[in-house]
Structure formats: structure tokens, C-alpha cells
Ligand binder design. Structure first.
Ligand code: UDP
Ligand code: MG
Length: 302
């Protein structure tokens, strides 16, 4: 059986449509399935629509979070509830074409254990968003040592892969990176990102920046190396300036005025502050992980 995990946050207009499309397609292809809608603490009637879809179709299941925990949490909740021999993750807004899901399933039947959806085109996005996404993916790609620029959350995983993902204890999960990191027999399927039919993207720029920082800190120590790099650069500068100052002092022309002092204090002060901030991010992550809180809290199930 194929379990399809569908995170849904304020998607009341899409839930039943999505369930209908998937039901039609998967039945026609004779693929046994279950659809697991994870209502990520929606503020609209999403849960009601999931219940309605469940009444129409037994294969629709639902999980309701006690509040909005974010898409990553929703994905992991869905995966841990999945009973299928393989599980796929796709968006509720049908931006991930359902046809590709069938293609992924066929690849899984061929013996692949992780089938990744790769964006052929990114769909409509503003230039600023594209640029920001570009920087984020460059850093993430070097952190996880795989090309992330076209990666998406649209994936199909074998039971073995699902279990190894669920076994990872970290609170700060990043599905996209973790599903590549686990290895197994991987393959890729290309798809075109579709236009969102109704509703709007749930990601504000602020939410995206916070998400990017969280994942960079969670998966890369590159920012820490920046601290070391800055320290070495300032140290070299210190030696040069120190020698120059001493030579001038010994030859009787001590450096004049406060300008040099002020510049040095400003430069070193800001580097120290930035470094402390970077280290602070890592300490915050360590603190959050040690609290060991659950990734999500389920309030209702169907
Ligand atoms: N989503 C979620 N929780 C959130 C934000 C989004 O479960 O806090 C779901 C949303 O319902 C959708 C998917 O994640 O199924 C992708 O969200 P969206 O379409 O808004 O993102 P975009 O396609 O713009 O990247
Ligand atoms: Mg979308």
C-alpha cells in the first residue's frame, strides 16, 4: 500500500479537491493507497473538510495538531502514522503534480527506495525570492554535500527509509536534507511546479528567513568557521599593526591621534558581537534539543 502524507495548513478549499484527484488517479492505476491529511493547526475549516473527505472515502485519514507546528512536523507526524509499504509526501495545493506520484510509485516498484521529486521549473516567484532561495540552497547544498537547488519535499520513501527517518532523534528535522542523507537506493523524477489553484502560499518572507537560519544552523557548521576565519584575519591584522606601532614607537614617531584606536575598537567590537551572535544560534539549538520536547502534539485523529 502507498501512504500519501499531505500536510495541510489553512487549505479548506483544497482538501476535498486534492483527495478527489488522488482517489481518481490512484484507483485508475490500481494502486492501493491511504491518504493521510495532517491538519497543521489550521484556523479555517480544514479539519471539517478532512472529516467530510473521510466520510466519503474510507482511505482518507486525518491527524489534527493542537496548534501550528510547521510543515516539517506535519510531514513527520504523517510518516509515523503511515502503514504503507512505501510513503509519499506531497503538498495539499496540487502544486506537486499527482501524475508524478504515479511515476514515483513505478520507480519504487522497480526497486528504488528513495524517489525524489526534482523541480524542472520553479513556477512563478518574485526575483527577490528567487535570489534569496538561491543563497539558501547554496549554503544548504554545501552543508549536506548534495545539490539542493532543485530539491523539494515531494518524495516517495520505502518503509525502510521511513523507519530510519523516524529513528532520528533530533527535534529540528529538515525532511529534504535528511531523506538524502539516509542513503539507500535513490533516484530522481523531474516535475514542473504547478500554479497554486486557490488560496495563497503559507510562507511569508519572515517565516522563510527564520526557516533558512534554523536549517543552516541545524545542518552546517560553516557559520562557526566564519568566526574562526574572522579571528585569524584580525590576528594577522593585529600582528602587522602591532609591529608597525612598536617600530614607530622605538624610532620616536608614535602613532598619533584617536582615529586608529576608534577604528580598531569599532572593527573588533563588531566582529566579536557577530561571532557571539553566531555562537548564540548554536547554543539556542543545543538548548532546544536538550529540552527534548515532542516535535508536535496531536489533538485528534481519524
Ligand atoms: N503547510 C503546513 N504548515 C505550515 C505551512 C504550510 O502544513 O505551517 C503546508 C501547506 O498546507 C501546503 C504545503 O505545506 O500543503 C506547502 O505550503 P505552500 O503551498 O504554502 O508553500 P509553497 O508551495 O508556496 O512553497
Ligand atoms: Mg504551494
Amino acid at each position: 500500500m502507498l501512504s500519501v502524507v499531505i500536510p495541510a495548513y489553512n487549505e479548506e478549499q483544497m482538501v476535498q479537491k486534492c483527495a478527489g484527484v488522488l482517489d481518481g488517479l490512484l484507483s485508475a492505476e490500481h494502486i492501493p493507497y491511504e491518504l493521510i491529511f495532517v491538519d497543521d493547526g489550521s484556523k479555517d475549516g480544514t479539519w471539517g473538510r478532512i472529516c467530510a473527505a473521510h466520510a466519503e472515502n474510507e482511505a482518507v485519514r486525518g491527524i489534527h495538531f493542537s496548534r501550528n507546528f510547521g510543515k516539517e512536523a506535519a510531514i513527520f507526524a504523517g510518516l509515523s502514522e503511515a502503514h504503507g509499504a512505501c510513503a509519499a509526501v506531497m503538498d495539499c495545493d496540487l502544486q506537486h503534480p499527482p501524475r508524478t506520484l504515479v511515476e514515483m510509485y513505478r520507480r519504487w516498484e522497480e526497486g528504488y527506495e528513495v524517489v525524489e521529486g526534482i523541480k524542472r521549473t520553479r513556477g512563478k516567484e518574485s526575483a527577490a525570492h528567487k535570489a534569496a532561495a538561491g543563497i539558501f540552497y547554496r549554503i544548504m547544498s554545501s552543508a549536506v554535500k548534495i545539490d539542493m537547488s532543485r530539491a523539494s519535499d515531494f518524495k516517495l520513501l520505502d518503509r525502510k527509509a521511513v523507519n530510519s527517518l523516524l529513528d532520528m532523534p533530533e527535534r529540528n528535522a529538515f525532511f529534504r536534507a535528511m531523506s538524502s542523507w539516509i542513503g539507500f537506493r535513490q533516484t530522481q523524477v523531474e516535475f514542473d511546479v504547478q500554479e497554486r489553484e486557490v488560496g495563497e502560499s503559507k510562507w511569508s518572507t519572515r517565516k522563510l528567513i527564520a526557516y533558512a537560519i534554523r536549517n543552516i544552523v541545524g545542518y552546517s557548521t560553516a557559520p562557526m568557521q566564519f568566526v574562526t576565519g574572522a579571528g585569524i584575519a584580525v590576528f594577522v591584522l593585529a600582528i602587522v599593526l602591532g609591529i608597525q606601532t612598536l617600530v614607530k614607537y622605538c624610532t620616536g614617531h608614535a602613532v598619533e591621534g584617536f582615529t586608529t584606536v576608534i577604528l580598531l575598537i569599532l572593527l573588533i567590537g563588531s566582529i566579536i558581537m557577530i561571532s557571539l551572535g553566531i555562537i548564540g544560534y548554536y547554543i539556542a539549538r543545543i538548548y532546544e534539543e536538550t529540552k527534548g520536547r515532542p516535535r508536535y502534539i496531536i489533538s485528534r485523529k481519524l
